[in-house]
Design a protein around this ligand. Structure first.
Ligand code: GLN
Ligand code: ZN
Length: 703
């Protein structure tokens, strides 16, 4: 969004005169403009949809996706980086401004016209970047960092050439240019990167340890400084400084110390700020960890040692050694029961008894489902009341009994509302959960929780990922109490809600002393226990949410299969312990999974609900090529908007889906959970959704 504002890439639907991008335009781009904001009425009218937001590479940070069309032209439209540089300078601090590089900016954007190639815009964009660099130089700036993380992706020749062209053009500016790459190895883009017309190149040696050798083998141009991204910017563990020091020595030997810089692997945006702001962590685990501030100490220690200061850095190195030894033998990490269970996992444990085709009639019969059954994704509005009661409970102002009876009342109200609305498969509404990962993590062994370790997710929003430190297990049931309560309130089927192993892994900081696959298997076994307990408690449908399944996909396609193999296996391990007549659901809140469709089918969930309404069922094109064998609920109600979709609109979406889906395999549901919405929106929207399903059932004349 900042770069869009900088270069004036404001889509034409926003009211903007073409001068400086002011705060209103900036917010409009990120948040959209409600119809009534523009003309002061509630009439349907000239609102403007927010720009798309998506995850930044394989992180949980989100960015606004640039939009380009045939009319896009660029001009310098913000002074933000220059102002920030000057502000720091006036405080006596010489900073190195960081910009998203022009090629990454274009390649992360989306062309709105089919015949537009984003790279065709490069020639128009470069002069604006040049202006920014010139203004920074005029302000006294010495060096600028250009982030080009696309260099760790699969690129074609045209994309590689664009990088060369870009830095040939920008290299003439009166500031030093340092290109930063991160989140992976350069691999086949290494030569392109090393030969760019720039002064410095940053390599992520955490994700791509081997690339220092590769770079030295290839030959580092005489005038290029190498920046070694050694300290893991994506995780919270204290570094193994002895191990990280080896590449520093190697690079200094080869290049001389003035051509080597030491840094974190990537931006420290992705880790919490300061371990010392964490009163809640026990003293025995604190030394195992390093947040951003501590990582800076590690970086400084590596650099000082390379400058010959062994004595002054030894204490920091020694702490790192002690922490690793302590962690390796701690009871908090090692649980022999979990380890022996892991050793006894068999392939059969990841198989249902019979194929879905045999399970479907059993499940539908048992649950008494009509064609096109209606359901929701799990959460219902998290009202101010719920938040307030949770706060009071946490701070000890109300007792456990008071809190639990409040939650029961919420569940009872939610069940009653769903019965009134006429939904087929009900949920308990998740009022007891503030966060779908935290709730489960807190009930499992092996996790650490922080109080202040926030990490920015986007704009003004932060998340506080738990830390998986040790072997994971589930000491006792986590959801059965609430699900049984809900189940007893109604004759209709109630669907239990769990967070899946891949999502638990993906949205946590993960231990670095065993493979992610093994940590995920431990999570899967813990969730499997819960699934079986829910089944025993009479719950007929169990949803295992995997909204983070796709974002776990490696950045390089060559590594996809390895990930998908264990990720699918873990989902199956979590979900396959049940009888045929127990219906397993999963949910993913995005629609771009055409390229992993077969893996999704391999997960063998009986029902999957997915996002689809915003893209107007675009995802269904994929069903032309691939017959999805199980049941599927493409979302017909976009819950990200307060708007109540009318019956016709949802009816049309259902009809559209039925062009490619069998009526017997289709479900009707919203795109995602309803927790961010208000009851006044949710109730009419779901009533309309149920009515739309009824209308289609009638017109289809399906039994
Ligand atoms: N069951 C969760 C909910 O409804 C799913 C959330 C998600 O997809 N991120 O809130
Ligand atoms: Zn979702």
């Amino acid at each position: 969004l900042d770069t869009c504002a900088l270069v004036g890439a404001v889509p034409s639907r926003f009211p903007w005169e073409g001068d400086t991008v002011d705060l209103d335009t900036y917010f409009a781009m990120a948040r959209g403009i409600q119809e009534k904001d523009l003309d002061g009425t509630d009439e349907e009218g000239a609102g403007a949809q927010a720009m798309e937001m998506t995850k930044w590479f394989d992180t949980n940070y989100h960015y606004i996706v640039p939009e380009f069309d045939a009319d896009t032209s660029f001009s310098l439209s913000s002074t933000a980086p220059i102002d920030a540089y000057t502000e720091a300078k006036e405080m006596g601090v010489e900073t190195r401004p960081v910009l998203i590089g022009p090629v990454t900016f274009l390649l992360l954007g989306k062309a709105q016209d089919d015949d537009l190639e984003v790279l065709d815009l490069l020639d128009d964009l470069l002069p604006v970047y040049r202006e920014v660099l010139d203004e920074l130089a005029d302000a006294g700036c010495e060096a600028v960092q250009m982030d080009e993380p696309v260099l760790v992706l699969d690129l074609d020749d045209a994309e590689r050439d664009a990088l060369t062209t870009a830095y040939n053009a920008l290299g003439g500016a009166d500031v030093d240019l340092h290109v930063a790459t991160y989140f992976g190895a350069l691999e086949d883009n290494l030569a392109t990167a090393l030969d760019l017309n720039v002064d410095g190149l940053h390599l992520d040696l955490d994700r791509g340890a081997g690339q220092l050798d590769a770079a030295l083998d290839h030959g580092v141009p005489d005038d290029l400084q190498l920046s070694l991204g050694l300290v893991d910017g994506r995780n919270v563990w204290r570094a193994d400084l002895d191990a990280l020091y080896e590449p520093v020595e190697q690079a200094v030997d080869a290049l001389g110390s003035d051509r080597v810089a030491v840094g974190p692997s990537c931006s420290l945006l992705h880790v919490p700020v300061d371990l010392n702001a964490e009163p809640g962590l026990d003293d025995d685990v604190k030394p195992w960890l390093a947040f951003a501030v501590q990582k800076l100490d590690e970086i400084v220690a590596l650099a000082r040692r390379a400058d010959g200061d062994v004595e002054g850095t030894e204490a920091t190195f020694e702490k790192a050694r002690a922490a690793r030894e302590d962690r390796a033998t701690s009871d908090r990490i090692n649980n022999p029961d979990v380890q022996s269970r892991m050793a006894n996992v068999t392939p059969e444990m990841a198989e249902r008894d019979n194929p879905h085709s045999q399970r479907r009639p059993l499940q539908r019969d048992r649950m008494g489902l009509p064609q096109l059954p209606t359901t929701t994704i799990g959460s219902f509005p998290q009202t101010d009341d719920i938040r307030e009661m949770r706060r009071q409970f946490k701070s000890g102002d109300i007792s456990t009994e008071e809190y639990e009876s409040f939650i029961e009342k919420q569940i009872a109200d939610t069940i009653a509302a769903q019965e009134e609305i006429g939904l087929d498969v009900l949920v308990h509404g998740e009022p007891e959960r503030s966060d779908m990962v935290e709730y489960f993590g807190r009930r499992m062994n092996g996790f650490l929780f922080t109080e202040n370790a926030w990490v920015q997710s986007y704009g003004t929003r932060c998340v506080r990922p738990p830390i998986i430190a040790g072997d994971v297990s589930r000491p006792e049931p986590m959801t059965v109490r609430w699900l049984s309560y809900a189940n007893d309130l109604t004759d209709q089927p109630v669907k239990g809600m769990l967070t899946g192993p891949v999502t638990m892994l993906q949205w946590s900081f993960v231990r670095d002393d065993q493979s992610r696959a093994d940590t995920c298997r431990q999570l899967a076994l813990a969730i499997r226990d819960e699934v079986e307990d829910l089944e025993d408690a009479g719950i007929m449908a169990i949803q295992i949410d995997e909204p983070a399944f796709r974002e776990g996909l490696p950045l390089r396609e060559s590594q996809w299969d390895a990930y998908l193999d264990w990720a699918v296996e873990c989902f199956r391990l979590a979900s396959s312990g049940v009888r045929d007549e127990t219906q397993i659901h999963t949910h993913m809140c995005y629609s771009e999974f055409n390229d992993i469709f077969e893996a999704i089918a391999d997960m063998d969930a009986d029902v999957i609900s997915i996002e689809a309404s915003r893209s107007k069922m675009e995802l269904l094109q994929a069903f032309d090529d691939f017959d999805y064998p199980n049941e599927i609920g493409p979302g017909v109600y976009d819950i990200h908007s307060p708007r109540v979709p009318p019956v016709d609109e949802m009816e049309t979406l259902i009809q559209k889906a039925l062009d490619v889906l069998e009526p017997g395999q289709m479900w009707v549901n919203p795109d995602c959970g309803l927790k961010t919405r208000r009851w006044v929106e949710v109730r009419p929207a779901l009533e309309n959704m149920v009515q739309a399903a009824e209308r289609v059932r009638e017109t289809q004349a399906v039994a």
